[in-house]
Design a protein around this ligand. Sequence first.
Ligand SMILES: [Zn+2]
Length: 151
Amino acid sequence: MRCLYCSERKTEVTNSRGIARGAIIWRRRHCAACDKTFTTRETPIGDNLFVIKRNGSRQRFVYEKFFASMYNVIHAGKNRDSGNAAKIAKKVTQAVLEQIFMNTKGKNVPTRKIIELSYTELRKIHRASAFAYGTHSAYRSKSLTQIGLMV
Ligand SMILES: [Zn+2]
């Protein structure tokens, strides 16, 4: 990876760590040319996946859209600190993505499956938001608007 500071082509990885649960890796990089260090993070983005909507249409999965909709659900729950909401949204969406890879054969994922997994992960990671999301509302149209249709 190029150096962020001086664009030197070659940077050296001086440290890396994965987290116990999750397909995320942080790398600390050092540039010998300008002697600066920076950190990068490698996470899956699921760009090979396709979302099958309730009306049967098929759309390429876009991680940023998924993150934004999850963030909105968590942030809308309470007057929550936006940085905290973003961290929770990141955790939940990464966990859901990993579940999608493990549980779906092929690359087509129904919206319903994404909502199901989102609710399950939200409940594990941030119970209050899951409660706000609604125990029995996972398949209601309101929730589909919040998460499903925005995925
Ligand atoms: Zn540099």
